[in-house]
Design a protein around this ligand. Structure first.
Ligand code: FES
Length: 318
């Protein structure tokens, strides 16, 4: 997919640790339409590539907004983006969705933890434009640390659909969420983004009410993977070439070493770039980008982290 050259039009300190960057195309053209909940690859000044959710209104094609939290111990991606000023240029990829609004929901509940507000903000704009029934719950340690709190409360026009929860201890969050779940049913959909432990709690409360497949989660850090019991297997492409994937190597790295061009980005199983089709065999899913129902269907695999439960996987590169 081609990258787009963009210019930073505006930098805003949303909190002491979060800066938002408003991006415009360097050629002055509007952006292509995208779906709420999308994220983009951003290649920063040091060449580090990271994914950021789009948090501007999807209906506004004139600019894109991303919010970058400076992470202690980051590998340089967020630090470098915090050095940018208006006028600086960046390359971004095409918007992609791992989180999307369900078309047939009777109610939508958005539950954000900290900087996980970003994809949910664009979804709230879309739901508001669509006049859909939704509510947004935003948990943060304090108001000072909650990016976009004023925007959500006063400027976005969401009114009483916004519920801000500051300083609620993790142990008390399930009781609060259980109250939110009252009145939802199997036609409702819940979307959550935040730290993994937070999203586990959200899933634990809402999945029994709306069903596993109606709780949509967006991860932004990779899970720890136990590779101790890995064994070799064969990957065959739909063109007939076959490759041995040893323990300790990914399908992606073996294919790349053999000169096969596979689209990739995070290489941690969270962005969905490398997902390919499965024509034969059973994947051993280790990614966090495919949904539970995608994984159960077994016809897709994330090549950067997932392996095989069968001796052979026949795959089709997208
Ligand atoms: S490269 Fe991101 S999921 Fe594989």
């Amino acid at each position: 997919m081609p990258n787009t050259l963009v210019r930073v039009a505006e930098v805003t300190a949303e909190t002491p640790a979060v800066r938002s960057l408003r991006l415009v195309r360097d050629d002055g053209a509007p952006f292509e339409p995208y779906r709420a909940g999308a994220h983009i690859d951003v290649t920063g000044p040091t060449g580090v590539l990271r994914q950021y959710s789009l948090c501007s209104p999807p209906a506004d094609a004139s600019s894109l907004l991303i919010a970058v939290k400076r992470e202690a111990g980051s590998r340089g991606g967020s630090e470098a983006l915090h050095t940018l000023a208006a006028g600086d240029k960046l390359e971004i990829g095409e918007p992609r969705n791992l989180l999307s609004l369900a078309a047939d929901a009777d109610r939508h509940v958005l539950v954000a933890g900290g900087i996980g507000i970003t994809p949910l903000l664009s979804m709230a704009y879309q739901l508001h434009d669509d006049r859909a029934g939704f509510e947004l719950h935003y948990f943060a340690r304090s108001r000072a640390e909650a990016a976009f709190a004023d925007l959500l409360e006063h400027r976005a026009g969401f009114g009483d659909r916004v519920h801000l929860h500051f300083g609620v201890p993790r142990a008390e969050q399930p009781a609060l969420l259980t109250g939110v779940a009252t009145g939802l049913g199997p036609a409702s959909h819940v979307y959550t983004c935040g730290p993994d432990g937070f999203m586990d709690q959200v899933t634990g409360v809402f999945a029994p009410v709306v069903g596993d497949s109606h709780v949509h989660v967006e991860h932004f850090t990779a899970a720890e993977i136990d590779t101790g019991a890995d064994r070799p297997f064969t990957v065959e492409l739909d063109t007939g070439e076959a490759y041995e994937i040893p323990a300790g190597r990914s399908i992606l790295s073996v294919l790349t070493d053999n000169g096969i061009d596979v689209f990739k980005s995070c290489e941690e199983g969270i962005c969905g770039s490398c997902v390919s089709g499965v024509l034969e065999g059973i994947p051993d899913h280790r990614d966090q980008c495919l949904s539970a129902s995608d994984k159960a269907a077994g016809d897709q695999v994330a090549l950067c982290v997932s392996r095989a439960l069968t001796d052979k996987l026949v795959i089709e590169l997208y």
